[in-house]
Design a protein around this ligand. Structure first.
Ligand SMILES: NC(=O)c1ccc[n+]([C@@H]2O[C@H](COP(=O)([O-])OP(=O)(O)OC[C@H]3O[C@@H](n4cnc5c(N)ncnc54)[C@H](OP(=O)(O)O)[C@@H]3O)[C@@H](O)[C@H]2O)c1
Length: 317
């Protein structure tokens, strides 16, 4: 197949953890061309994608740029759509997600894959506050009404959260790993950097098989206690669980979050939702991502692969 006949896939948020995984996986397969959307094509992550063979295109990733989105999707066969982190009270995530999907339709893209999550408002009867879940679910509802083949992927809690956002505190010789989940509560976790790409590549390779599907991407269902014990075994470091489940304890571990109390409400609301109702609704196929990609990393494999020892890590450029 000549390079010009390979289907073109537009990756929104191509330097994000999810987006770079998708772009890299598609390029490595040799079956697709990739147009990588970024706000800054000179960033190291964007340049890395260019070296891997992606076409870079600078586009803002915020609502109100419908024409630029539509131009960016022109001549694409498929698109991976994601929304960046948005803090409440902003509702930009819903608006942005809908605008991206509408632009894909306007540009005659055949198939979109949107990274969504469950509708927490609906599942909790309005008792839990997690707009970054619910807004994605509402975008998915909007996409279902559009004349376009579509598939949803639903990522688990990221392993990388512990490295990027909720880094451990070092107390003497002990690595204290804070979690907003109870010590023995098992939840689905995943490495977005290595798991998103293979899953989305499978979907984009078989659009009709997956039309309308909502597919969890899961590395391992594991409790904080098991994560801490595994960390200790793999690194040889003394480690313990830090209880960050209450507002007081959470802000004690992460004082910077106190600047926006709604952020804390959202994180704790999400955690309570996961505990009380389950991260995924009961009808989801939690085995799908592993059956499609047997090398999806467990927490132990993630630790061994990254050689992480409790330090803060930035995945930005
Ligand atoms: N953390 C979790 O456990 C988890 C689990 C499931 C789902 N999610 C969802 O995953 C999404 C985030 O994905 P990710 O972690 O892969 O993204 P990420 O690594 O945080 O990257 C986001 C990218 O979006 C672009 N961007 C545009 N506007 C931005 C803004 N206002 N702030 C930050 N980045 C912005 C940046 O790229 P350029 O600078 O190149 O434009 C950046 O590389 C969120 O919607 C979150 O709710 C998270």
């Amino acid at each position: 197949m000549s390079v010009h006949t390979k289907p073109l896939i537009v990756v929104v948020g191509a330097t994000s953890k999810q987006g770079r995984s998708v772009a890299t996986s598609l390029l490595e397969s040799g079956d697709f061309q990739v147009r990588a959307l970024t706000r800054n094509s000179s960033s190291p992550q964007a340049q890395k994608l260019a070296r891997a063979g992606a076409e870079l295109l600078e586009v803002p990733l915020e609502p109100g740029h419908q024409n630029e989105f539509e131009q960016a999707f022109r001549s694409a066969e498929g698109a991976f759509l994601m929304t960046p982190p948005v803090s409440p009270p902003s509702t930009d995530e819903f608006t942005l997600g809908c605008e991206l999907a509408d632009a894909a339709v306007a540009a005659d893209v055949a198939h979109i894959v949107f990274s969504t999550l469950e509708n927490v408002d609906e599942r909790s009867g309005g008792t839990k506050f997690a707009p970054h879940f619910t807004d994605k679910a509402l975008v998915a509802d909007h996409i279902r009404t559009l004349p376009i083949t579509h598939t949803f992927v639903m990522l688990s809690f990221f392993y990388t959260n512990a490295l990027e956002y909720y880094a451990p505190r070092i107390d003497g010789d002990t690595v204290v790993m804070p979690f907003y989940l109870p010590e023995d509560f098992r939840a689905p976790f995943v490495d977005p950097l290595t798991a998103t790409g293979p899953a989305v590549r499978e979907v984009l390779s078989n659009p009709h098989t997956y039309h309308g599907a909502s597919l969890p991407i899961v590395g391992e269902v594991i409790s904080p206690r098991e994560m801490v014990d595994t960390f200790s075994r793999v690194t040889g470091l003394k480690a313990e669980y830090g209880d960050a489940c209450s507002r007081e304890r959470f802000v004690e571990f992460f004082p910077a979050f106190a600047a926006n109390p709604l952020d804390v409400d959202e994180i704790l609301g999400m955690a309570e939702y996961a505990v009380d109702f389950g991260y995924y609704s009961g009808d989801r196929d939690l085995q799908w991502s592993r059956s499609n990609n047997a090398s999806t990393l467990t927490w132990e494999q993630f630790l061994r692969t990254t050689a992480w020892r409790g330090n803060r890590v930035s995945y930005r450029n």
